[in-house]
Design a protein around this ligand. Structure first.
Ligand SMILES: Cc1cc2nc3c(=O)[nH]c(=O)nc-3n(C[C@H](O)[C@H](O)[C@H](O)COP(=O)(O)OP(=O)(O)OC[C@H]3O[C@@H](n4cnc5c(N)ncnc54)[C@H](O)[C@@H]3O)c2cc1C
Length: 337
């Protein structure tokens, strides 16, 4: 256990906030021991994976627990399917790479998403037409009230767009310890229709892509579009893409004929990046914080010296201006601590 510990290296924004106490745990037993300690002191808790989806707005006056549980386990289901279970502290992309190495299909479109396996169910991570809910089977959690292990299946997780029970009713109640996915061994379902995958495959001169080719294409696209947190502090998309009722979208379309939207039933999902860009934020810097020049949805720690409060205030200004211009209230995707 360390005291007054800087979390700068533990959040991809690179914000220099301190935790009153910090501990790294490598097993469920160590985690329970740390939790028992925090109970005697009634310390607030902060669980840390890769720190790629948090914004620390101030010092954390509690116990930050870095979850470093490692291990991957495989169970063959049949000729074509395998159940792969990974512990919470496994790095997500390394886990995807492990599966690709074994020729297990289903996660390739999610290549290069930062963070850890244990956090993937929190917001049902997704990219390029795939979300973890498509292959997710179950996760083991520790119930923080009674320190008992429980299993959540697909239905119980109530996955939605960047959402799950762990961000709603279950918020702060469970620690995810491992996650199990059902993957294919030979009849892979290749998804090329989303984003720029098809044109990237053409660029790579690949006609019949394998799951490994899809991963390579996704990695190339992501590297060309998104800032690498190792070079410039950020947490990926700062806001969710808002979903608005169809009549509201039609009204906006009259005023802003170029507005993009993806209709699903009576609702339309509007790209938050477009809305932010239309308000003049793309590439704009105020003090230490900026909106990325290639992707307005990504807020960056432009100088490396931004505080969490500065980044939060910058995001509040974006929310206000989008609301003023379009009457749409953006919701933050990043967890504000
Ligand atoms: C450059 C970049 C690109 C990104 N692209 C995408 C993308 O394409 N799609 C996407 O969905 N996301 C994307 N993200 C967001 C991020 O990668 C994911 O949300 C990821 O799952 C966060 O994992 P983490 O381990 O870093 O979480 P952390 O930031 O460590 O934690 C996030 C939240 O979960 C809690 N938590 C962490 N671990 C556990 C656990 N085991 N049990 C319970 N609670 C826990 C934390 O307390 C915190 O509230 C991107 C981020 C970056 C920086």
């Amino acid at each position: 256990m360390q005291e007054n510990f800087s979390l700068k290296a533990h959040n991809t924004f690179g914000v220099d906030a301190k935790a009153r106490y910090f501990i790294e745990v490598h097993s469920t037993e160590e985690l329970i021991e740390a939790l028992n300690y925090s109970k005697t002191d009634t310390l607030p808790l902060l669980f840390l994976g890769g720190g790629s989806n948090i914004l620390l707005t101030k010092d954390f006056e509690g116990l930050a627990i870095k979850l470093n549980l490692k291990g991957i386990h495989e169970d063959l289901i049949n000729d074509n399917e395998v159940l792969v279970t990974a512990k919470a502290g496994e790095n997500w992309h390394e886990f995807v790479a492990f599966c690709l190495e074994k020729n297990y299909g289903g996660l390739e479109n999610l290549s290069l998403i930062p963070g850890n396996v244990g956090t993937s169910p929190m917001q049902n991570i997704g990219a390029y037409g795939t979300e973890i809910k498509d292959t997710f089977v179950s996760c083991t959690v520790l119930n923080l009230e009674n320190l008992q292990l429980e299993t959540f299946n697909l239905e119980q997780c109530r996955f939605g767009y960047r959402d799950s029970i762990f961000k709603k009713e279950g918020k702060g109640k469970y620690v995810i310890l491992d996650v199990a996915f059902k993957l294919t061994r030979k009849d892979h379902h290749i998804k090329t229709e989303y984003g720029a995958i098809q044109s990237e495959l053409e660029h790579l001169e690949i006609e019949k892509p394998t799951i490994q080719d899809i991963s390579r294409a996704v990695i190339n696209i992501r590297q060309s579009k998104l800032p690498d947190p190792k070079e410039i502090g950020n947490a990926g998309s700062f806001f969710k893409n808002p979903t608005i009722p169809l009549p509201q979208f039609e009204e906006l379309k009259e005023k802003f004929p170029q507005i993009p939207g993806y209709t699903s039933g009576d609702f339309v999902k509007v790209p938050a990046g477009w809305l932010i860009e239309q308000c003049g934020w793309k590439g704009k810097q105020i003090g230490n914080v900026a909106s990325h020049k290639l992707q307005a949805l990504v807020i960056i720690n432009a100088t490396g010296n931004a505080t969490g409060k500065e980044i939060f205030d910058f995001s509040a200004m974006i929310i206000d201006s989008v609301n003023e211009k379009f009457g749409i209230e953006l919701e933050r995707e990043v967890n504000i601590i």
